[in-house]
Design a protein around this ligand. Structure first.
Ligand code: F6P
Length: 326
């Protein structure tokens, strides 16, 4: 017997990621094709706790596959991690007879999904965060676009750095994970990368800068993750104080620029495949799983496994970056 669900809601949560819209579109259109009524929750868990949701039809999700951000809006309300907030969210879903929920988001958002599942909600997650901080998944929606945006920016900075013989400290996103910083550094040929997973000292960084100068490099690019134990701004000040007469130094914080912009083809396809997989999984009776790319294929990962602390930085790639920066 063919299964379906009568009513499924979709929400996006946490930091927006390019490709979320592709996932919303695929979830809504696949759900409708399977006979379900599809609803959209506005502004993530804040909207869910406020009961702010409405039906979505085929046309409401038209023209969004190529757009960054999320057409549904998003949020990170702390109340969602507490039981009263979670119970409020469940009550709003029950009031509207919503039988299934798709949560498109990263690590924090999926721990919210698991909490809702424990309160009886049929929930499936979609791996979406530029930080790539979900365990088991290879890469999540938004990572590829964020990397391309950041690498494009570093390429531009390198042009001006070489022209003026300067060092640039470039802060990139990643509060708890150095994955983005490591990959940006490798792809842009940066001289150094500073990440939470590989602590270093100011002295070691300064020595490296001196080596680059002595080796005749016209510039020195240092990529610092937001969560680096040596904050980019502090490091920049240190270099200015201790490096007079070597490279002049500038600080650039890329910040939220990395989260915006049109999704790459990779992220559009990943969003499309994961949005479709999440709805299919819900309708097939799967619960408390995350649709994610793992081992090169779309897989159903138990939510409890996906939200475990994880280290995504490959130490061999980190060391390769050091070797290549000589
Ligand atoms: O989306 C994840 C992330 O980009 C982190 O790398 C960063 O620390 C954080 O979001 C910033 O979040 P907010 O939008 O709350 O400033």
């Amino acid at each position: 017997m063919e299964r379906t669900m009568r009513r499924i809601a979709v929400l996006t949560s946490g930091g927006d990621a390019p490709g979320m819209n592709a996932a919303i579109r695929a979830a809504v259109r696949c759900g409708i094709a399977a006979g379900a009524e599809m609803w959209g929750v506005r502004n993530g868990y804040a909207g869910l706790m406020a009961g702010d949701m409405a039906p979505l039809d085929l046309r409401t999700v038209g023209g969004i596959i190529n757009r960054g951000g999320t057409m549904l809006g998003t949020s990170r309300p702390p109340e969602m991690y507490e039981e009263p907030g979670q119970r409020l969210a469940v009550a709003h879903l029950n009031e509207r007879d919503i039988e299934g929920l798709v949560v498109i988001g990263g690590n924090g958002s999926q721990s919210g999904s698991l909490a809702l599942h424990r309160l009886g909600v049929s929930v499936v997650g979609v791996a979406s965060t530029i930080d790539n901080d979900l365990a088991v998944v290879d890469t999540s929606i938004g990572v590829d676009t964020a990397l391309n945006t950041a690498v494009g920016a570093v390429d531009r900075l390198r042009d001006t750095a070489s022209s003026h013989h300067r060092a640039f400290v470039v802060e990139v996103m990643g509060r708890h994970s150095g994955y983005l910083a490591t990959m940006i550094a490798l792809a842009s040929g940066a001289e150094q990368v500073l990440i939470p997973e590989m602590p270093t000292t100011t002295q070691a960084v300064l020595d490296r800068i001196r080596e680059a100068y002595a080796a005749g490099k016209p510039h020195c690019i240092i990529i610092a993750a937001e969560g680096s134990p040596l904050p980019a701004a502090t490091l920049h000040e240190e270099i200015r104080h201790q490096h007079a007469g070597v490279y002049e130094t500038r600080l650039v914080v890329l910040g939220h620029v990395q989260r915006g912009g049109a999704p790459t083809v990779f992220d559009r396809l990943l969003g499309t495949r994961l949005g479709a997989a999440a709805v299919d999984a819900l309708i097939a009776g799967e619960r408390a799983i995350l649709a994610g790319l793992a081992g090169g294929a779309i897989r159903h990962i138990p939510l409890g496994d996906a939200i475990q602390p994880c280290i995504k930085v490959d130490e061999r790639l980190y060391r390769l970056g050091e070797t290549l920066a000589q």
